[in-house]
Design a protein around this ligand. Sequence first.
Ligand SMILES: C[S@@+](CC[C@H](N)C(=O)[O-])C[C@H]1O[C@@H](n2cnc3c(N)ncnc32)[C@H](O)[C@@H]1O
Length: 240
Amino acid sequence: MNEKAHEPAPPGPASVVFGAALPQAQRFVELLTAAGVERGLIGPREVDRLWDRHLLNSAVVGERIPGNARVVDLGSGAGLPGIPLILARPDLHVTMLEPMARRVAWLEEVVDALSLSATVVRGRAEEPAIKQRLAGADVVIARAVAPLDRLWGWSAPLLRSGGRLVALKGESAEAELARDGAAVTRTGGGHLAVERCGVGVLDVPTTIIEVERMTATGREGNRGRRGHTGSRRAKKDQGH
Ligand SMILES: C[S@@+](CC[C@H](N)C(=O)[O-])C[C@H]1O[C@@H](n2cnc3c(N)ncnc32)[C@H](O)[C@@H]1O
């Protein structure tokens, strides 16, 4: 991959969020700044806000994901939120799902360039072969892919009972929940909530919608609700 200089420097919270993986996060920013823009994976106007609006915003969502979870990043695009999440939470088993060939090629190149342990799968979430291959995930994570009701329809078949959709939604979260909440509940979703990640770390915390896949009886999943782990820094603080 070709790259030029001019990539933005990491802001203060980057070392807190990425810890020992900060050099890899910087490398990802370099790749996005040069090859990512040239190949149309990210708009040139995004370069100055890569850290805040893309990498950090994505990585802090790890706060809501249990240790060693199987995670599907549905519609990964340029690798968001998947790549920052993998860097901040190397314990996770992340599959990046993406239908477009040129984005899949990019994701494979990034995984290789950063020496990551992650899987890239080409396909659409609603395809039978994809459902069969990825079913049983603990968490489906997605950003900027579809409105909540459609996103839930694609995510639910990939989740184990008790697993959760974590959708990065920003300002629209409350309105989407009000609009689509009833439809999501009718189709097996429960414990719907708007949460904020990165509070006290980022200037603008990330707003997410969470939905849990309920069992057929409408109760919580048979593996129950597992406790959340913290960020990489929090894990260090806990002696992990
Ligand atoms: C607007 S982009 C967002 C990419 C990335 N998540 C981000 O936040 O930068 C939406 C992505 O979802 C993918 N996508 C759309 N429909 C999908 C589906 N049914 N299953 C999987 N991915 C899908 C698209 O190919 C595209 O890469």
